[in-house]
Design a protein around this ligand. Structure first.
Ligand SMILES: [Zn+2]
Ligand SMILES: [Zn+2]
Length: 433
């Protein structure tokens, strides 16, 4: 009779065995990052390895370049654990100083060419979940249930007009059978290496991409009275964004940024139209609705004031990641057993978003952070760099780095969470509704 303790010991032994391949895999993925919705090569690496491990099903092209692998355990069990990794890189010129830093440039991407880097650490996610697949694959005879590995396309948002990502994966039906009974994932970030950071409630904010097109009347730069200049409206919209916060109670978490402006003009031409792109974040759906309504009023009103017209679109809306107290309580013993109680810490919520929220919402589960940097948490839980280390470098920064010592920890966490869920030691139920 195999006891849970036997399974945990097997995981540790297998993780140790797979550690060199895990690091090599991470570096290989890191060297060849691909932008959101273009993860062709990464998906191929993933699918090939899942087949080599002996997964019963490997579904490719799911919601873009997503891959879903299904591994049926050798013992009876109704539970289905879903482990999720995202695969995309970012349009960032890497400055991590790693020997395996990316040199990739994507010349074809809309709006590009862009240098590409794994500046959000999704290379670590791919390597960890794929290695977890190897570990659980080697233990399959003893697994009482099913493992589903989800490798997702376009977490950072596909080009406008494309639909890849978590929602497209769910809509495709590829996760209907077997339907996960728990979704789990870990995002790497600037917490101390090996630390699991969690937040109950809205751990990640909800998000929406906003696009505002301000339509004027084009004319010569020296004769503004003969046209309608969209620029003053654009200026008003941008400075008005800060005022929108004042419509939301001060203790609510919202954020709004215009990150990109596109015009079609020239220094001596008043353009016919200007398009603004930005991102809205809010911890609750109600605040997101209010923020969107405020944005629409601001854009339409500002345009009208200068004789222009604004069209406002909210795209790629993603709900917040909501970890419930019950789910966190259910997983806490496993997390504490795997990394030690003092390495499981409560952290403030993030204003970043992650469309893993759709999986967590659909199946119940948890999305947590795993520290990969030379930092420490002071007694009030503020992050600070440690002496002599590589510093604190946020995700999406060109210098973002990850200590590879955290990767085997990530695999141990994924594998132990999976086993404990299949054993019925971690139960989650999807949110009502
Ligand atoms: Zn990111
Ligand atoms: Zn990310």
């Amino acid at each position: 009779m195999t006891t849970p303790e036997d399974l945990y010991a097997t995981i540790d032994r297998l993780v140790e065995q797979h550690a060199p391949a895990l690091i090599a895999l991470r570096r290989r993925v890191h060297e060849h990052p691909e932008l959101s919705g273009r993860e062709v090569r990464t998906a191929q690496v993933v699918a090939d390895q899942l087949r080599a491990i002996g997964f019963d099903e490997v579904r490719i092209g799911v919601g873009g370049h997503g891959v879903v692998g299904v591994l049926r355990g050798g013992r009876p069990g109704d539970r289905v654990i879903a482990l999720r990794a995202d695969m995309d890189g970012l349009p960032v010129r890497e400055a991590s100083g790693e020997a395996f830093a990316s040199q990739v440039v994507d010349a074809e991407y809309p709006g590009g060419p862009f240098p590409v880097a794994h500046a959000c650490g999704h290379d670590c996610h791919v390597a960890a979940v794929l290695t977890t697949a190897s570990v659980l694959g080697a233990m399959r005879a003893d697994l009482p249930g099913t493992v589903v590995c989800i490798f997702q396309s376009a977490e950072e948002g596909p080009p406008i007009g494309e639909t890849d990502g978590a929602r497209a994966m769910l809509d495709s039906g590829a996760l209907d059978d077997p339907r996960p009974t728990m979704a789990f994932g870990l995002h790497v970030g600037p917490f101390p290496t090996g630390t699991v950071a969690y937040h109950v409630g809205e751990a990640y904010a909800g998000s929406a991409l906003v696009r505002i097109r301000v339509e004027g009347v084009q004319t010569h730069g020296s004769t503004p009275w003969l046209g309608a200049d969209p620029m003053p409206a654009v200026g008003q919209i941008i400075s008005g964004v800060g005022q929108l916060y004042r419509q939301v109670p001060a203790d609510h978490r919202v954020s709004a940024t215009i990150g990109h402006i596109e015009d079609v003009g020239r220094f001596n031409i008043i353009p016919g139209h200007v398009t603004l792109y930005g991102t809205l974040r809010a911890a609750t759906d109600a605040d997101m609705d209010d923020l969107q309504a405020g944005f629409r009023r601001l854009a339409e009103g500002s345009a009208e004031a200068f004789g222009c017209r604004a069209t406002v679109d909210f795209l790629q809306r993603v709900p917040p990641v909501r970890n419930t107290q019950a789910w966190m309580d259910a997983a806490m013993p496993t997390l504490q057993r795997v990394v030690g109680a003092r390495h499981v810490v409560e952290a403030p919520p993030l204003m970043g978003y992650d469309d893993v929220s759709l999986f967590v919402e659909a199946f119940g589960g948890l999305y947590l952070n795993l520290g990969v940097q030379d930092t420490r948490l002071d007694p009030v839980r503020v992050l600070a760099p440690i002496e002599g280390g590589r510093g604190l470098v946020q995700n999406h920064h060109p210098g973002f780095y990850a200590n590879e010592a955290a990767l085997p920890v990530s695999v141990r966490i994924h594998a132990n969470i999976a086993v404990d869920h299949l054993l019925g030691l971690i139960e989650v139920s999807p949110p009502a509704g």
